[in-house]
Write a protein that binds this ligand. Structure first.
Ligand SMILES: [Zn+2]
Length: 280
């Protein structure tokens, strides 16, 4: 993957690494308790757990030497995350013509506060519609490579492009519509969530198509993206957790569906190809 200098623009990056959340009092607002299950491990899109109000953040600084060292070690991962984030937003900005506004990318370690409640590295990268921010602890990329078996910079890019896809859904009013529908009929909640997630995968592919056209991809990149999309499929995650594969409990989609929708977006190169809601 070739980013040029798209990772140099830091205007939409909030680097909270080295800031430590202090104190546990009033940590979570009422109803803000987030259940940390295996399903929320990856790309937790916290649509349904929006915590109202801001409990206020107190931060202290970790020793600066350690921080600098750890940040330096993460530099290659940071380049991919920031480069993809900026490039994908620029892409959607031109595609959506006036309907786009930029989200922010929050880099954090271990835990931080979001408009959707407490964010922990345990839950994996996610997009919070309430504050229009993508949250990632770059340590997730090591997990993606080692535990989930999806190494490579384009696997990493896919993760960010998927989250930016959720931002696009939010701007288009799709997230809100899905939330309303699932409130009306809670039995459809998981199925609707899967469709929303698969659409974000497809949007990630649409961005990938544009990146390929602009000669940013290297041999093997597409395969890395497909492998990453499959690696975070609900069936894979349930198997990894030693659980029975239960399709009715899926919230993100199966490995096969996730990589198929990424591929669809990548091949077709247009958001119109991503109507996961009307297809079975
Ligand atoms: Zn998602």
């Amino acid at each position: 993957m070739q980013f040029g200098n798209s990772d140099q623009d830091r205007s939409n990056v909030e680097d909270r690494r080295g800031s430590i959340l202090s104190g546990t009092g009033g940590r979570l607002g009422l109803g803000g308790i987030i259940v940390l299950g295996i399903l929320s491990l990856v790309f937790k899109q916290n649509l349904f757990d929006v915590v109202q109000g801001n409990p206020g953040t107190t931060t202290t600084q970790a020793p600066s030497e350690q921080v600098a060292e750890r940040q330096a070690a993460e530099k290659p991962l940071e380049r991919v995350a920031v480069g993809t984030f900026n490039d994908a937003q620029k892409f959607w900005g031109t595609t959506m013509q006036g309907r786009h506004r930029d989200a922010k990318l929050v880099l954090f370690w271990d835990e931080t506060r979001s408009g959707c409640g407490e964010a922990s590295s345990q839950t994996g990268p996610f997009y919070c519609p309430a504050d229009e921010r993508v949250y990632i602890d770059l340590g997730f990329y090591r997990e993606l490579s080692r535990r989930f078996g999806a190494p490579g910079d384009f696997a990493q890019a896919y993760v960010i492009a998927h989250e930016v896809g959720h931002h696009v859904q939010n701007l288009l009013g799709l997230s809100e519509r899905v939330q309303r529908l699932s409130q009306r009929d809670p039995s459809q909640r998981n199925a609707l969530s899967v469709r929303l997630e698969l659409q974000a995968d497809c949007y990630a592919g649409v961005w990938g198509h544009s990146a390929a056209q602009r000669k940013m991809l290297e041999p093997g990149d597409v395969e890395e993206g497909l492998r990453a999309a499959a690696a975070v499929g609900d069936d894979r995650l349930q198997q990894m957790a030693g659980r029975r594969v239960a399709p009715e409990s899926f919230t993100h989609g199966s490995a096969a569906d996730r990589s198929r929708w990424f591929r669809t977006g990548f091949d077709r190169g247009t958001a119109d190809a991503c109507d996961t809601f009307s297809q079975r």
